[in-house]
Design a binder for this molecule. Structure first.
Ligand code: CDP
Ligand code: ZN
Length: 166
């Protein structure tokens, strides 16, 4: 039998509608803004993409399976808590995070001024070094649901390494 791979890659993507509001929850921190993301949980599009990337890499399902939006218990739920639950499952399956790289798709606000704080919070939630977390942002160039500020989206790729050998 061939040896099992000791590394795995995962991809996560998420989109939320935007509506009038007073702040965007992104990567576990709140950024002042005149719009907010709408959703069943706290609508943290970045933590949702990261959660799906971890679950996908470890072949453990997806965020909607673990936390169905039909379950009242998930209403207004802290996305950091959901990410930690995914992280615990991933670690229990014998995987550790090497690094992750993320993109936020938002016409506004500027994400760069908040990048260090967001990276810091993600590193804290995942219990990894700050340099293992990177974040970029792109506008929608004024077109489509991102460009017209109807929606915000995020993507994440993660690399895992085997930390236990069965
Ligand atoms: O220049 P290009 O068309 O590749 O990208 P853009 O979408 O016009 O964004 C230009 C730069 O603005 C990005 O590289 C980010 O550094 C920054 N940016 C940001 O901080 N926050 C956003 N919501 C979008 C872009
Ligand atoms: Zn989401």
């Amino acid at each position: 039998m061939p040896p099992h791979s000791t590394i795995r890659i995962g991809l996560g993507h998420d989109t939320h509608r935007l509506g009038p509001g007073s702040g965007l929850v992104l990567g576990g921190i709140t950024i002042p803004h005149d719009r907010q993301a709408l959703g069943h949980s706290d609508a943290d599009v970045l933590l949702h993409a990261i959660t799906d990337a971890l679950l996908g890499a470890a072949a453990l399902g997806d965020i909607g399976e673990l936390f169905p939006d039909t379950d009242p218990a998930n209403k207004g739920r802290d996305s950091a808590e959901m990410l930690q639950a995914a992280l615990d499952r991933m670690a229990a399956a014998g995987w550790g995070i090497v690094n992750l790289d993320c993109v936020i798709f938002a016409q506004r606000p500027k994400i760069l001024p908040h990048r260090l704080r967001i990276r810091g919070r993600i590193a804290e939630i995942l219990r990894i070094d700050l340099e293992a977390v990177w974040l970029k942002a792109k506008t929608g160039e004024g077109v489509g649901p991102i460009g017209t500020e109807e929606a915000i989206a995020a993507e994440c790729v993660v690399l895992l390494e085997r930390i236990e050998h069965a």
